[in-house]
Design a protein around this ligand. Structure first.
Ligand code: PNS
Length: 167
């Protein structure tokens, strides 16, 4: 496959990372020169894992899957400020069901107002993950359910331990 010669930023909450996120990162590194997975906060969400824990989980997933040309970073603030500071203008997001569309539309247009050079590329995960979300994984974990088919193997115990502690 032809690789596009630019860096993309894949921002998200990743609270926790799921097989859907891994699917997207794997697709992206085949397409782009470099992928930066950016752990950022959505102020409307209450997080279970700290930014550091989310960064560590993503690094474990990347290492375990031997993914090349991908780097995990964290950012506290506006996405557009990170992009401007790092001279990047392409953002990558995953699009699952139609329900994602309105939120993404709002985010793109708002970000564009603040940083007109920014463009967002959407990739769809494999159909297996189209319904999957971090919130569902948390809900299942909270009640002691089996999350092994929803998240990368290497982080299952970390997620389980977190919910054990929160009990
Ligand atoms: O995984 P999520 O929660 O859908 O990701 C949303 C995220 C974190 C990418 C978005 O909330 C974000 O960019 N947050 C950083 C702060 C910001 O720039 N907010 C303005 C969005 S228009």
């Amino acid at each position: 496959m032809k690789k596009y010669n630019f860096t993309v930023v894949y921002p998200g909450s990743f609270d926790p990372p799921t097989n859907g996120h891994l699917d997207l990162i794997t697709r992206a590194i085949k397409m782009f020169k470099k992928v930066i997975v950016l752990v950022t906060n959505n102020t409307f969400k209450k997080y279970t894992f700290s930014v550091e824990e989310r960064v560590d989980m993503l690094n474990l997933v990347i290492k375990k899957n031997k993914l090349q040309n991908v780097k995990v970073e964290k950012h506290n603030g506006l996405l557009v400020d990170y992009l401007k500071k790092n001279n990047i203008n392409i953002v990558l997001r995953g699009l699952r069901a139609v329900s994602d569309f309105e939120y993404e539309f709002q985010m793109v247009l708002t970000n564009r107002k603040m940083f007109p050079q920014m463009e967002t590329i959407y990739l769809m995960p494999d159909i297996k993950w189209i319904y999957l979300s971090s919130s569902l994984v948390k809900e299942i974990s909270k009640f002691g359910g089996d999350i092994s088919c929803f998240v990368p193997k290497v982080i299952i115990s970390i997620i389980k331990q977190k919910f054990e502690k929160l009990k």
